[in-house]
Design a protein around this ligand. Structure first.
Ligand SMILES: Nc1ncnc2c1ncn2[C@@H]1O[C@H](COP(=O)(O)OP(=O)(O)O)[C@@H](O)[C@H]1O
Ligand code: SF4
Ligand SMILES: [Mg+2]
Length: 321
């Protein structure tokens, strides 16, 4: 097994000293792979994305990139790290300044990081060719182009500094299915071409199932299941993962809420239930679940290599198709 490119180790994030948004979470992303991060709204996915990018300092635990603690880097290496890890924003039109042209948006990161002026255009050109952005678009503003094109600009801006790690938070949300497919194919091509490693945050389990190597499932700040995507989808061990798969929000993640089919509401992270965090909604809850908080441990059995779950009574039956 190769060394991870990025990892978080026993990370806890307390907002305002009380809201436990992420609680003792550890995982690693290996070079060239895609890790999918799933879970309902409020489970801590965006907080984890910010942690991996070094944008948020954990209350406890460490964030590592290439084996180095990103919050203990000397100034020069911090700059290096900022180029290595980039974000593709969910909504490029509102996250990119509307006053800037697409040309400026693509060039700005190169300028900020002080790349020699004569390298700017060749690098922009290379990405525009790889991503399919026509030169005629360069003097337009992001809101003047189609949704699919705006996403491409967002991707190009994220890749222009030649990063190794790319975090994408719902990169295809709100797009037509055919354009979603185009973008995911494009991201896959770019991954091979530029040697990228992805953290993909998504509500859309069919997307995650298709394009990720590993999947991590979060619930109320905890990692409740983690493992190779094929294994987890074929034999989800945690009742929450099973419920998410059963809810299977296809097509438009904004309109289909998995909550609709998972009984009850997600509790507030400021009033966590005792024992297992999922016990208030779990169809399999037993008295023990209200007393003991289950640890994330490897799932026993053949064909479960690399799969772990945080449940006292993990499932061992295969998912029905
Ligand atoms: N800056 C913040 N200050 C206080 N609470 C926050 C902040 N950001 C997120 N939260 C809370 O932390 C929890 C996790 O949020 P988030 O990481 O955005 O989850 P997700 O992306 O899965 O929806 C939620 O309860 C959210 O309300
Ligand atoms: S520990 Fe109990 S309540 Fe929690 S997920 Fe497992 S069966 Fe459900
Ligand atoms: Mg989020």
């Amino acid at each position: 097994m190769t060394a991870p490119l990025a990892s978080i180790e026993n990370v806890t994030v307390l907002y305002g000293g009380v809201l436990r948004a992420v609680d003792s979470v550890s995982f690693a992303i290996h070079p060239g792979e895609t890790l999918g991060l799933v879970g309902e709204s409020g489970s801590g996915k965006t907080t984890v994305s910010k942690l991996i990018l070094g944008l948020l300092r954990p209350t406890e635990g460490r964030v590592l990139f290439d084996g180095r603690d990103v919050h203990a880097l000397p100034a020069g290496e911090r700059r290096w790290f900022r180029r290595q890890a980039q974000m593709i924003f969910q909504d490029p039109v509102s996250s990119l300044s509307p006053r800037l042209t697409i040309r400026t948006l693509l060039e700005e990161p190169l300028r900020i990081h002080g790349l020699p002026l004569k390298e700017h255009w060749p690098r922009m050109r290379e990405l525009m060719d790889a991503i399919g952005i026509k030169e005629a678009l360069l003097d337009k503003h992001p809101h003047q182009v189609s949704g699919g094109q705006a996403r491409r600009v967002g991707i190009a801006r994220a890749l222009v500094l030649n990063p190794r790690l790319v975090v994408a938070d719902e990169p295809t949300a709100g797009l037509d299915v055919s354009i979603q497919g185009d973008l995911l194919n494009l991201m896959h091509d770019l991954q091979g071409r530029f040697g990228l490693t992805y953290l993909l945050v998504s509500h859309n389990l069919s997307v995650v199932r298709t394009v990720t190597d590993e999947v991590a499932v979060m619930y109320l700040g905890r990692l409740v299941e983690h493992g190779p995507t094929r294994t987890v989808f074929a034999r989800p061990a945690h009742p929450y993962t099973r419920a998410l798969i059963a809810a299977n929000p296809v097509i438009d993640p904004e309109r289909l809420h998995p909550r609709a089919t998972i009984a009850g509401e997600i509790p507030s992270p400021t009033a966590l239930p005792p024992g297992c965090r999922f016990q208030t909604r779990c169809p399999k809850a037993q008295p023990r679940c209200r007393e003991q908080d289950p640890a994330l441990v490897p799932v026993a059995g053949p064909d479960r290599l690399g799969q772990s779950a945080a449940c006292h009574f993990p499932n061992d039956a295969p998912e029905r198709p």
